[in-house]
Ligand binder design. Structure first.
Ligand code: HEC
Length: 171
């Protein structure tokens, strides 16, 4: 079995354990200082249930498994094609080699088409605004932007092809 497949299998196992009831880890402990509440609380809950197993609860990524989400998603959200890229990534996954913050990843992100448009938009807004600190000038993603990408299905390899047009230059 390839390394990527093994990692994906391992992650799916953990994902089940998470779905089975691990508490939402992003919530600051009561009274914790310097830990503002998430702007997108519903998105935060979805992120912790569906994404943190690979990307880490603060989105910093895991070197052997998945890239950090702290800079690129906020960058993507500032352009029309980048917003499409975000929606496509969660709907259809992402396969193949990519570079993030000068680090190479070559794994397989699973698709999350089973989640509804509003949940996916909220999850992406948590990534873009709460984790990525996109400025207020960036418009939050809306459910209909996710619906527009759901209307024409592609695969994770095509999502990676499209990514080339939106990734920050030099990456
Ligand atoms: C099974 C592990 C796994 C899970 C669960 C997962 N991802 Fe990923 N994600 C990855 C991997 C691996 C990549 C990079 C794929 C590659 O190497 O081509 C990735 C890439 C991404 C990217 C693209 C980053 C970029 O620079 O273009 C985004 C955005 C993203 N994930 C968001 C999410 C969100 C949101 C969720 C939850 C709905 C999620 N991921 C769940 C493994 C995962």
């Amino acid at each position: 079995m390839s390394r990527a497949r093994a990692a994906a299998r391992r992650a799916r196992g953990v994902l089940c354990a998470v779905a089975a009831g691990t508490a939402w880890a992003f919530a600051p402990a009561p009274g914790a200082a310097n830990a503002p509440a998430a702007k997108y609380a519903q998105g935060a809950a979805s992120f912790q249930a569906n994404c943190s197993v690979c990307h880490g609860s603060s989105g910093a990524g895991l070197p052997s498994l998945a890239p950090p989400l702290l800079t690129y998603p906020a960058h993507y959200a500032a352009s029309a094609e980048g917003r499409r890229q975000l929606a496509m990534t969660v709907l259809y996954g992402l396969f193949g080699e990519i570079t993030v913050d000068d680090k190479r990843f070559d794994f397989k992100m699973p698709e999350f088409a089973r989640l509804d448009d509003a949940t996916l938009a909220a999850t992406l807004n948590f990534v873009v605004f709460d984790l990525g600190h996109a400025p207020d000038s960036v418009r939050p993603l809306a459910a209909d932007e996710v619906a527009a990408e759901r209307a024409h299905a592609i695969d994770g390899a095509a999502v990676r092809e499209h990514r080339k047009s939106v990734v920050p230059s030099g990456s």
